[in-house]
Write a new protein. Structure first.
Length: 103
């Protein structure tokens, strides 16, 4: 049987990625906005049992590492774009020099 929230819609099953409850599963109103934590109605229930402190710490450490790696990846992509632009500009400059007649 599908649970219905106070709005009359089936609840939505989600995962929390806050540092207090990383990886915890919950059900909430489909109109729940995870960024503002606003809900269409007050329907909200945790599905998971409490986790141990070490589990929370490890999960938060892994999430932080994931964000660090994503940032590093973005920086490397930007560097590649810059290097490609610089190479293209250098090639264009060389072509201009080659086309100039010697005096």
């Amino acid at each position: 049987m599908v649970a219905i929230c106070a709005c009359g819609l089936p609840v939505s099953r989600r995962t929390s990625w806050t540092s207090e409850n990383p990886g915890w599963k919950f059900v909430a109103c489909k109109f729940y906005n995870h960024e503002t934590r606003q809900r269409g109605c007050n329907t909200f229930e945790w599905i998971d049992e409490d986790i141990l402190d070490w589990q929370r710490d490890v999960t938060n450490m892994l999430v932080a590492e994931k964000h660090r790696l994503a940032t590093d990846n973005s920086i490397l992509k930007f560097r590649i774009v810059c290097e490609t632009y610089e190479k293209d500009r250098t090639v264009a400059e060389l072509e201009k020099i080659r086309k100039k007649p010697f005096k």
